[in-house]
Ligand binder design. Structure first.
Ligand SMILES: *Cc1c(COP(=O)(O)O)cnc(C)c1O
Length: 432
């Protein structure tokens, strides 16, 4: 399989090159040259297959032998060594819990798979690499955990000062070893801009091998298709029209679902649910894509004003707006509405959601059609957003042990301005 850049100004590359480069030189995003199709037999067999078998088939289709079967199986076993429960919340509304990995957020799926795949390729090449990650909260820790202690890899995390939760900050700044956290005086978009500028800087690229680990890396996107296929498989026999509601920021999660659908999983539709940063719902209603500076909300991992995977969505649909609109609905909720949703579902149905998850639930509550079965994606454990959630339910949330240990560690972060010159000087200095 060849991977092309969405800007089409560079030659297509192998999976390995696409993964190690992260971003093509023309500042586009890598996409598979063709979308492979699951066989009819595979789709029929789905209810009998395990997550591991489903992940293997999805990965095999895209990676096409660039990682031998046995190694791929080890990567998949290592990356997804946690539960993926599906629970009924009420009526035809179900939740797919994606937060049982090491950092208690769905980012573990993409980040662990990508880190293991990169580690696999780097080991065989004896290459050294600098991974730059801009994070709005959960990405950074998930990626860094995946790379922790991997030889030849240095990880630099950039997060917006004061705009991630206390627990998220502890997770980002207490990893140590080959991982450095930078506390940037700016927004998530500023962090992302620093990373993007670094990739285009000739002097930096001459001095070191830079690689990206944002949701823009194709190896992050791919595994995010596996759990849609898996969830579909658990309903396939009993429910016809499965609709997924996805709490969206950079659209990596949604694009994973679209990929599964384009590969032949008969998903009836998607809901892209957002907070006040309603760029995508606005696009779906009007056909106009108007990126804006992000605004801060209680679902901070979705505070994105210019979703980096938007162009992938367009490519998956060959720019056909009518088709996009027929398969994806958009809706947004402000903080007040988000809080109401958390309170309501907790008191009526005994299910506790983090603010991101609540937005996905809201999507189904408002848009699920009478004959459809809804699955909303739960992207983080509610205890990660304790400060927001606890006052709403007037009781304490139990914090999982893994998190309690992290909260007690000492924060280690370097202050950084949003000025590229400062960031560049830091990188050159750190790699001297
Ligand atoms: C990153 C994140 C999102 C948004 O996912 P995208 O792939 O950026 O759209 C939603 N919820 C949580 C908890 C996240 O960490």
């Amino acid at each position: 399989m060849q991977f092309y850049s969405t800007n089409k100004k560079v030659e297509p590359v192998s999976f390995k090159e696409a993964v190690l480069k992260g971003l093509p030189d023309d500042n586009g995003l890598f996409m598979p040259g063709t979308i492979p199709q699951f066989s009819k037999q595979f789709v029929e067999q789905l209810p009998h297959l395990s997550f591991e078998e489903i992940a293997m088939e999805g990965a095999r289709n895209i990676i096409e032998g660039e990682i031998p079967e046995a190694d791929l199986l080890m990567i998949i076993r290592d990356a997804f060594d946690f539960d993926i429960p599906i629970k009924r919340v009420h009526d035809r509304i179900h939740v797919l819990e994606l937060f049982h990995g090491p950092t208690l957020a769905f980012k573990d799926f993409g980040a662990r798979f990508m880190a293991l795949v990169m580690g696999y390729f780097l080991k065989s090449d004896h290459r050294e690499v600098n991974i730059l990650v801009a994070t709005s909260g959960d990405t950074g820790s998930a990626v860094a955990q995946g790379f922790l202690g991997v030889d030849g890899v240095k990880v630099t995390l950039l997060y917006p000062k004061g705009k991630v939760s206390k627990i998220q900050e502890q997770q980002l700044t207490t990893i140590g070893r080959n991982v450095t956290a930078l506390e940037v005086e700016g927004t998530f978009d500023d962090c992302q801009h620093l990373v993007k500028t670094a990739f285009l800087d000739e002097e930096l690229n001459a001095a070191m091998n830079l690689s990206s680990a944002n949701s823009i890396n194709i190896a992050r996107l791919l595994p995010q298709s596996f759990y849609y296929t898996f969830a579909y498989s658990r309903f396939a026999k009993n429910a016809k029209n499965i609709v997924f509601s996805v709490p969206s920021g950079n659209l990596g999660n949604l694009c994973g679902g679209l990929l599964a659908s384009k590969m032949g999983i008969p998903i009836a539709g998607f809901i892209s649910a957002s907070n006040a940063n309603d760029i995508v719902p606005h696009y779906l209603h009007t056909g106009h894509f108007d990126p804006k500076p992000s605004v801060q909300t209680i679902s901070n991992a979705m505070d994105v004003g210019n979703p980096s995977n938007f162009v992938r969505m367009l490519h998956l649909y060959e720019n056909d707006f009518e088709k996009i609109k027929s398969e994806i609905s958009g809706i947004s909720f402000d903080d007040r509405q988000t809080e109401d949703l958390i309170r309501e579902v907790h008191s009526n149905h005994g299910y506790l959601m983090c603010p991101h998850t609540a937005i996905a639930y809201g999507g189904l509550k408002h848009l699920l059609k009478p004959d459809d079965t809804g699955v909303f994606l739960s992207t983080a454990h509610p205890s990660k957003f304790k400060d927001v959630v606890e006052p709403l339910i007037s009781s304490e949330i139990e914090i999982p042990l893994r998190l309690r240990e992290i909260i007690e560690k000492e924060k280690q972060a370097l202050a950084m301005s949003k000025d590229f010159a400062d960031f560049k000087a830091f990188l050159l200095d750190a790699n001297r």
